[in-house]
Design a protein around this ligand. Structure first.
Ligand code: NAG
Ligand code: NAG
Length: 595
């Protein structure tokens, strides 16, 4: 269904979706099958056999040596006898070149090796250019129509093991035995979550989050439970299991080891990206990564759902970057989910005690680390929900007349709406592990397409809602928080435009606590229901930083000012700077948002 309303940054994600499409149907099918069949369980500290009751296809746990190696070609249903000959032994981790799905028809393929266009037995070859990547539009407008009438025409990219680009390739798409041998260790998976489920409090929370997504036993248990019935858009438990597997990028393993303990990061920024190294999203992500290195002392965990990571992202340049790789979401019409559900997958696979999710069109600013502390202060056993910042607009059924959730939560904003518990929030969640079960529960509801029942609350009749019909992650997170009666949100710590940072860049010590320069000093627009005087801006992160060149310049300017001790406090409300949330809330006890 179409988006119910325009929201900040949605156009970017439309394009991201296109990029995802470029990766395509065939690839996900193949990756799913390949990763499942070829994966050999290699738990780091497992003592003997662990019985995993039907987490995954009732398959027995197999020792790595007895896994029957299947070449990528075989998995793709192609016959290439040459590729079979060089089955690598553990000491020779180099296999023969193999083809991977690169782009569906009408999308672009970015590839260092040869590219081929066509389907099954008929291909048009585009030879590689030595030493450089090619980006090709895979369509009959640019390439000969080798299989007229075939809608499944696509491009494939030839990957050659051992090359420099191979080291940066998503290890979820290569032979899974080889990924393991190369050291791209599996760091998240249903089996690992299950095996660790009693190890520490965080692991228990993780399994609580994952059980309904991962476990076939659970699926069987609830088969006759009407309230947990899966709908027509459900992803099977096998597909769900594939979607929660992540491998660490070999080059960033040491960094991961340095920042994690017993498999968990204490704190971390978490983002996600897909796209070739020339894509604007990857360039935006690079600025975000830079900003974390400038202004935070915590690591940033980047989930890659695409093919190849850029050459310039090295552990030397970014000593607090950790890249984890996973597979893209399915793209078949009835299984399709918005690209942004990868945000929720990233959160569930990131294994951080305390996390702050940031999109690639964000950057962080001085003082942002305090958000980790505040997140730990507000999210705990008694309040086990993520916190998101208030949106810049108080969306309602007036802006989104066709959105399926409003009849349940607020059919008329002029009247009391007991089911809507707070203003629309922006999908930039922060969380502690206490909120993991919440994420797991709602991703499960979406991925199983469950239905929320009709309820009556204080005389208000709320009709049911099919969760799988909710189009975007942000829509679902708002629905989920209201549904569970959560009431807390952040003030606007993701300030909508980079230009607003000009107001802080123009601050002079002689201004004192007055914010005098530009639109960055004004409140976020108010509303009659939640924030009559508007919402404070908190300059811990920027949003809509969509021009990497501009972002890079702003980051340097901020850095210079910060180093000179001339960066003002981050909180701005009523044209004033506030040194802390305490100071602001003491003066304005009516403000519902947290800082
Ligand atoms: C069905 O599932 C719901 C939600 O988990 C649970 O509260 C309820 O007890 C279950 N019903 C039965 C009959 O098992
Ligand atoms: C839920 O409410 C809708 C109308 O809002 C009604 O058509 C439907 O029959 C109700 N379902 C149940 C199970 O009561």
């Amino acid at each position: 269904m179409p988006r119910a309303s325009p929201k900040g940054g949605s156009s970017i994600f439309e394009i991201l979706k296109l990029i995802l499409n470029a990766i395509g149907v065939g690839a996900i099918l193949w990756w799913c099958v390949a990763s499942w069949r070829l994966h050999s369980i290699n738990p780091a500290a497992s003592s003997g056999e662990v019985h995993v009751p039907r987490v995954g296809k009732g398959r027995k746990k197999t020792a790595p040596t007895t896994v029957v190696p299947v070449s990528a070609e075989e998995e793709l249903g192609q016959s290439n006898p040459d590729a079979q000959s060089g089955q690598s032994s553990p000491k020779v981790p180099l296999g023969d070149p193999f083809w991977v799905f690169c782009a569906s028809q009408w999308s672009h393929c970015w590839c260092h090796g040869d590219i081929r266009w066509g389907n099954e037995e008929t291909w048009h070859m585009i030879p590689a250019k030595p030493g450089e990547a090619q980006k090709i539009e895979c369509s009959i407008d640019h390439l000969p129509d080798v299989v007229p009438g075939d809608d499944l025409k696509h491009c494939e990219c030839l990957i050659t093991p051992g090359t420099e680009v191979y080291r940066r390739t998503n290890p979820m798409i290569i032979h899974q035995d080889e990924a393991e041998r190369l050291g791209a260790t599996l760091v998240s998976s249903c089996e690992l979550f299950f095996e660790a489920r009693k190890a520490q409090a965080v692991d228990m929370a993780q399994w609580l989050a994952m059980e309904g997504l991962c476990s076939e036993a659970w699926e069987e248990q609830v088969r006759f439970n009407r309230s947990l019935r899966a709908g027509p858009r459900q992803l099977s438990v096998e597909t769900r299991q594939h979607l929660f597997r992540a491998r660490v990028d070999v080059r960033f393993k040491k960094i991961m080891a340095r920042f994690s303990e017993k498999g968990w990061f204490k704190r971390g920024w978490v983002t996600y990206v897909a796209g070739d190294p020339s894509s604007p999203f990857v360039k935006m992500a690079e600025e975000l990564i830079k900003s974390v290195h400038y202004f935070s002392s915590w690591p940033i965990i980047v989930f890659n759902f695409g093919l190849v990571m850029p050459e310039s992202w090295t552990p030397e340049r970014f000593p607090r970057l950790v890249i984890l790789h996973s597979t893209p979401l399915p793209t078949e019409a009835h299984l399709k989910r918005s690209f942004n559900f990868n945000k929720l997958r990233s959160i569930l696979m990131s294994k951080v005690h305390t996390g702050i999710q940031v999109d690639v069109d964000q950057f962080i600013a001085p003082g942002a680390d305090i958000l980790f502390q505040l997140t730990e202060k507000w999210i705990h056993k008694e309040y086990p929900f993520p916190l998101m910042p208030a949106h810049f607009a108080d969306w309602s059924i007036k802006d989104q007349p066709n959105a399926p959730w409003w009849p349940r939560y607020c059919p008329d904003p002029e009247k009391p709406c007991p089911m809507q518990t707070m203003r629309w929030a922006h999908a930039h969640p922060t969380w502690t592990y206490w909120a993991l079960p919440f994420f797991g529960r709602w991703v499960r509801r979406h991925f199983r397409d469950e239905r929320l029942p009709n309820v009556t609350l204080r005389g208000f009749q709320a009709p049911g809602l099919r969760v799988g019909e909710i189009p975007e992650d942000e829509d679902m997170l708002n629905v989920a928080l209201w549904e569970e009666r959560a009431t807390q949100q952040w003030c606007k710590f993701d300030v909508p435009a980079t230009v607003e940072f000009e107001s802080l860049l123009n601050w002079k010590p002689s201004d004192g606590d007055r914010c005098l320069h530009g639109i960055g000093c004004t409140n976020i627009g108010g509303d009659q229901r939640w924030y009559v005087e508007g919402v404070p801006k908190v300059y811990w992160t920027a949003h809509h930083a969509v021009d990497p060149v501009q972002t890079s310049k702003i980051l340097e300017l901020i850095r210079v000012k910060e180093r000179a001790g001339k960066w003002p406090p981050a909180i701005v409300y009523d044209q004033n700077f506030w040194k802390s949330g305490e100071e602001l809330h003491a003066k304005h006890p009516e403000l519902k948002c947290l800082t």
